[in-house]
Design a protein around this ligand. Structure first.
Ligand code: K7E
Ligand code: CUA
Length: 666
């Protein structure tokens, strides 16, 4: 809800009419808002499937959630930047390295934007990318396993907000600094006065290369920029595919009370950046090496384990020297969204405090650059003339525009936070053709395929910041809310409210047919190369390495092998490496041991996962399967005997031995 107070105060500061001070507070009658056969349009009968996956950022939850459309049913929460004890994400030994950073283990982040991979500007159903704002990172999620496969930290950055938007063929994901800061090229953040913003603070945008075959990411190059706030971005497409566009605010370069001091100028900027040219300059050796340190974390499906490597170098381009890579375009006022239409010709800026929506023309931008139609420079970067690059302005569209999506039929849909509505307008003619209220104060919105060359259309979904009276009250904290509108006709029609997890910011929706056919059902046990795997019960074993006790354990309906372990002593570190031997879809086993101060394990068929446990008392401790896997799930249990330090209880293990446990020790 961060914009609420911001906009309220700003509204006061710029003396907008006081009617604006209560965004979305006017109670609408929720019943009268829906008409006709709305229920029939969202009803997905039992046993039937939804038409779209809706992949939604979790905001301050740090995760990503997956819903079906049109039903709004929640299918999955994918752990990304935040630990998730439910599945052991960030707690199991295999996944801990995924949350490593140059600051050490960071168990949380703030994720705002989803980018689904595209080929030729169209959804290809391979990966979802999502940004971590706070400790700058980008994560890549596989859309066949719905798991996070890779997380890369962004060096020379603070507040990774304009991220992880993609180029047309997913060559790069971008990462722009929201918070500029004093930056030296040896990765130091020097100890200078905060008041020296104008002299010392810098921004960067980074291009994170994505390998076509594997999806592996790497920091390809960074562009050093003036100290302003980079907010949002979009890659060009079609004719503009070599370019990237970023909205910039705080061109006042204020370092305090930004709500007032960064709202002084009538126009800030949209930055146009030619990434193809940058690529050429990097190849020609025009970049400078910068010493940095950033974590690069990869989850390997073969070993079911992640590794984290700290990398030490990036290449930085300086547009003060390389004059033809970056241009600023004036954009009214404090722009947030910066969205490119499906043709790639039009770039829409959404000035949070602007009374118009400016639409820029890519053709005109190219001409203005060729003609050197500059009104001056900002910190060494040429500023193009507003009139020379403008296609036109949508007049009086609403209040507090944030984001724009497209339906591929020549219409744009812009979210308005302050006037709490979605406004549909004609891109060519710049005319408003329809508006609907949102309940309340919409942030992002999503048209399926909206940011691609070929939108799938059909719906627009609003992700609202304020829920108020929409659901049964649950104390001071209410669920966040999404709303589904039908856009198949001339007029938008509200169909459905559905609650969401965390604070959704951007989301994408993609036809289910592009993803469901590739969904992984099991991991093949013969392909499991985990160092502590037991590929069958005969391979189960317990062995000691100093004070570490490794238990290579198997689980299958409905027992563990072994289920009786003796010879663990106080002072030992116990590693339960549990392999789920099932080769059947949807038969996970869980694992929990009393007093474990981290999490459970939830192990998929064919997978191995490890829980570290340091016993804190002598005795016989139970462990059990946490996932109701079979009729005899309640029988799926075992015991570990913990003896005093220095005792001579031999290390033994067994399953099904009614007498004394026996078994080889290593
Ligand atoms: Cu508008 Cu972080 Cu994309 Cu949220 S941002 S609303
Ligand atoms: Cu295995 Cu319950």
């Amino acid at each position: 809800m961060k914009y609420k107070h911001f906009l309220l105060l700003i509204a006061a500061a710029v003396a907008l009419p006081s009617v604006l001070l209560t965004p979305g507070c006017k109670p609408h009658n929720p019943v009268s808002a829906v008409e006709g056969d709305a229920a029939g349009k969202v009803y997905v009968a039992p046993g039937k499937y939804d038409e779209f996956y809706n992949i939604v950022s979790g905001g301050f939850s740090g995760q990503v959630s997956v819903y079906g459309l049109p039903s709004g049913r929640l299918f999955r929460v994918i752990p990304v930047f935040s630990v998730n004890p439910e599945s052991g994400w960030g707690y199991s030994e295999e996944t801990k390295p995924m949350l490593n950073t140059s600051h050490g283990f960071v168990p949380w982040d703030d994720s705002h934007h989803i980018a689904l991979s595209t080929t030729n500007g169209e959804h290809d159903g391979r990966w979802a990318f999502v940004n971590g704002n706070n400790t700058p990172r980008i994560a890549r999620i596989s859309l066949s396993t719905f798991r996070t496969e890779e997380i890369i930290e962004i060096p020379n950055s603070s507040g990774n907000h304009s991220s992880p938007f993609l180029t047309e063929n997913s060559e790069y994901a971008v990462a722009g600094t929201r918070f500029s800061y004093p930056m030296d090229d040896d990765d130091s953040n020097p100890d200078v006065g905060i008041g020296t913003y104008k002299q010392n603070f810098k921004g960067t945008v980074s291009f994170i290369g994505i390998d076509k075959a594997s999806g592996r990411m790497g920091v390809s190059f960074q562009v050093l920029l003036p100290g302003v706030n980079f907010d949002l971005s979009r890659g060009g497409r079609g004719p503009s595919k070599d370019w990237f566009f970023f909205s910039c605010y705080n061109t006042e370069q204020a370092n305090t009370l930004l709500e007032v001091n960064a709202s002084q100028k009538d126009k800030d900027f949209i930055m146009a950046l030619n990434w193809k040219k940058c690529e050429e300059y990097v190849k020609a050796g025009k970049g400078k090496k910068s010493k940095v340190s950033y974590a690069h974390n990869i989850y390997d499906e073969k070993t079911h384990s992640a590794t984290s490597t700290i990398e030490h170098e990036t290449i930085v381009l300086d547009p003060k020297e390389l004059k033809d890579i970056v241009y600023f375009m004036p954009c009214p006022k404090s722009p947030h969204g910066c969205d490119v239409d499906p043709t790639g010709e039009y770039i829409c800026g959404s000035g949070k405090l602007a009374a118009v929506i400016p639409v820029f023309s890519f053709t005109k931008i190219q001409k203005a650059i060729a003609d050197k139609s500059f009104e001056g420079e900002f910190d060494g970067i040429p500023v193009l003339k507003y009139d020379a690059v403008l296609h036109g302005e949508v007049k009086k569209p609403g209040l507090g525009p944030l984001h724009t999506e497209f339906d591929g039929k020549g219409f744009a849909y812009t979210s308005f936070f302050v006037s709490s509505e979605i406004v549909k307008w004609n891109i060519e003619k710049l005319e408003v053709v329809d508006r609907v209220p949102t309940y309340y104060s919409i942030g992002h919105l999503c048209v399926p395929g909206g940011p691609t060359r070929k939108p799938h259309g059909k719906y627009v979904i609003a992700y609202n910041k304020i829920t108020k009276d929409r659901y049964l009250p649950t104390g001071p904290e209410l669920t966040q809310s999404a709303q589904l509108y039908d856009i198949s006709g001339d007029k938008m029609k509200l169909l459905l409210d559905f609650p969401t997890i965390g604070e959704p910011h951007y989301a994408e929706a993609i036809p289910a047919s592009l993803i469901s056919k590739n969904s992984v059902k099991i991991f093949k046990i013969e392909d499991n190369h985990h160092p502590y795997v037991a590929k069958g019960e005969k391979e189960a074993k317990v062995f000691r390495e100093g004070n570490k006790v490794h238990i290579n354990m198997t689980s299958i309906r409905s027992h563990f092998m072994p289920d009786n372990i003796e010879g663990v002593k106080m002072g030992d570190e116990v590693y339960f490496h549990v392999t789920n031997l099932e080769q059947d879809w949807d038969v996970p086993h869980g694992f929990a041991v009393k007093g474990a101060n981290n999490a459970e394990l939830l192990i998929m068929p064919g997978e191995t996962a490890t829980l570290k446990w340091v016993p804190d008392r002598v005795g016989v401790i139970a462990f059990y399967c946490t996932d109701f896997c079979s009729a005899l799930h309640q029988e799926m249990q075992g015991y570990v005997r913990v003896s005093p330090r220095g005792s001579n209880t031999p290390l033994t293990f067994s399953t099904g031995n009614k007498a004394e446990p026996t078994g080889a020790t290593k």
